[in-house]
Write a protein of this length. Structure first.
Length: 106
């Protein structure tokens, strides 16, 4: 099977202009990959390559969006509601980070 895959790669390389690929000619950096917890590396790598991000990143984006909405908000009642939502998202983020730390320390 390995020979078959090697043959397919060689054929693809001969038919494709590899200079136009993203990152062509640059060294491959695996620092980010090896900074992830060992038991999550493959899964996170697959998700990243598919365009998905970890839940913590989504929470950080939502926190940023809420901060911007609070800054732009003119109504005190609406601002209070946004602040409450912001606190909830920050708690979710902190809990998620704490769970990750506990898993790593096991």
């Amino acid at each position: 099977m390995s020979y078959f895959v090697d043959k397919m790669i060689e054929q693809w390389l001969s038919e494709t202009d590899c200079a136009s690929l993203p990152g062509a000619g640059k060294p491959l950096s695996l620092d980010e990959y090896f900074s992830w917890p060992e038991d999550q590396r493959v899964g996170l790598s697959l998700l990243k390559n598919a365009g998905f991000v970890p839940p913590e990143v989504e929470l950080l984006r939502e926190i940023s969006r809420l901060n911007d909405a609070i800054a732009a908000c003119k109504q005190d009642q609406d601002r209070a509601l946004l602040r409450k939502q912001l606190q909830e998202e920050e708690v979710k983020l902190n809990l998620s980070i704490e769970r990750s730390r506990q898993r790593r320390s096991r």
